[in-house]
Design a protein around this ligand. Structure first.
Ligand SMILES: [Zn+2]
Ligand SMILES: [Zn+2]
Length: 342
């Protein structure tokens, strides 16, 4: 694995000795480069953090203003030298501020992609393939069965449901960072202009998205609203609040959940989801493969997820590939996003 020689696996995660920094470390380190604000990548307690200004803002919202001793913002395309390594950040299309990190060291180009997707998302800068010798990718949906549909079709299902069940609250579970705001933007793009009600745990991040100029239309806090007045309205809440909110009130709300995992019918059934929406902020199988090809890399390292299928696929194309089995990532499904009362 020649190109990735300047990277090593440690108990804190990926470490670059030549630059003396970690990428998305799992525990506090002297210097961390952070790809994006999801809690499995952006943890508090580092001495120095280098990230996009959006990721820094998101970390401050989620972890408090003292999440690191020192922070430095980097813009997409800007190069900063750390030790013997030139570092630059490039759009990952995953959530607002998300970045792939390019390391240039002794003529070798290594891209650590973090999480990424290739589908349109009006709430963040689109993914840009970065030519490299070694591409380090996740593989959350790294199996050929995972093919995400067009999100506009999924939003159309939600619109059709509102027509069909005008007397029922439409309670939509969505991750607090990225998914919730993307759903709102997709609803607006589909022509839905009514106010959207949001759970308190989504407020700070959604306000931040809006403050950067992303058009989200009229949003109303769910707190203090009378349940009977919300018939036929859309309420967005974090996944963990779905069960609890579904029990309140006289008429049962329609339980809806937006996630790439909704492709797996058993998961939807388990959670009692009536209307699963397959909307994912991760690349599906086709987009993972396409991206590897577009980077032109000769080496592929797979951090987490369904690594084996992607490694096998890469080897059949003549790439040197191996899984890294990084632990502690891909837990967006498990995180508890209830950060504020309703
Ligand atoms: Zn993520
Ligand atoms: Zn992740």
């Amino acid at each position: 694995m020649a190109a990735a020689d300047c990277l090593s696996l440690t108990s804190a995660g990926l470490y670059c000795g030549a630059g003396d920094f970690y990428i998305d470390p799992l525990r506090p380190v002297p210097r961390a480069l952070i790809t994006h604000g999801h809690s499995d990548h952006a943890r508090p307690g580092h001495s120095k953090v280098l990230a996009t200004k959006e990721t820094l803002a998101i970390m401050a919202i989620r972890c408090g203003p003292d999440f690191a001793r020192e922070t430095q913002a980097i813009t997409y395309g800007e190069t900063i030298r750390l030790g013997e390594v030139d570092v630059s950040f490039h759009p990952a299309g995953h959530v607002l501020g998300s970045a792939q990190i390019l390391l240039c060291h002794r003529g070798q180009r290594i891209v650590v992609s973090g999480d990424y997707k290739r589908q349109d998302d009006p709430t963040c800068v689109p993914f840009e393939p970065v030519p490299c010798h070694c591409f380090i990718t996740e593989a959350t949906f790294g199996l050929p069965v995972f093919r995400h549909p067009d999100p506009r079709g999924e939003i159309a299902k939600l619109m059709a449901s509102l027509q069909l069940f005008p007397e029922r609250i439409h309670l939509v579970g969505a991750y607090a960072l990225g998914k919730a705001q993307r759903l709102i933007a997709l609803l607006r793009a589909s022509g839905f202009e009514r106010p959207i009600y949001i759970h308190g745990a989504l407020k700070a991040l959604t306000d931040y998205y809006a403050s950067t100029g992303i058009k989200l239309g009229e949003l109303r806090p769910l707190a203090g609203q009378r349940r009977e007045k919300l018939a036929g309205e859309i309420i967005l809440c974090p996944p963990m609040a779905l069960e609890q909110l579904a029990l309140k009130g006289d008429t049962e709300p329609r339980k809806i959940f937006a996630s790439g995992w909704m492709r797996v019918r058993a998961r939807a059934r388990q959670r009692g989801i009536e209307l699963p929406l397959i909307v994912s902020d991760h690349a599906d199988w086709d987009d993972l493969c396409r991206t590897v090809v577009e980077t032109g890399c000769g080496e592929l390292l797979v951090t987490h997820g369904e690594a084996d299928a992607l490694v096998y696929w890469a080897e059949t194309r003549g790439l040197a590939a191996k899984p890294l089995h990084l632990m502690g990532y891909g837990e967006e499904d498990l995180e508890n996003p209830v950060e504020a009362p309703e």
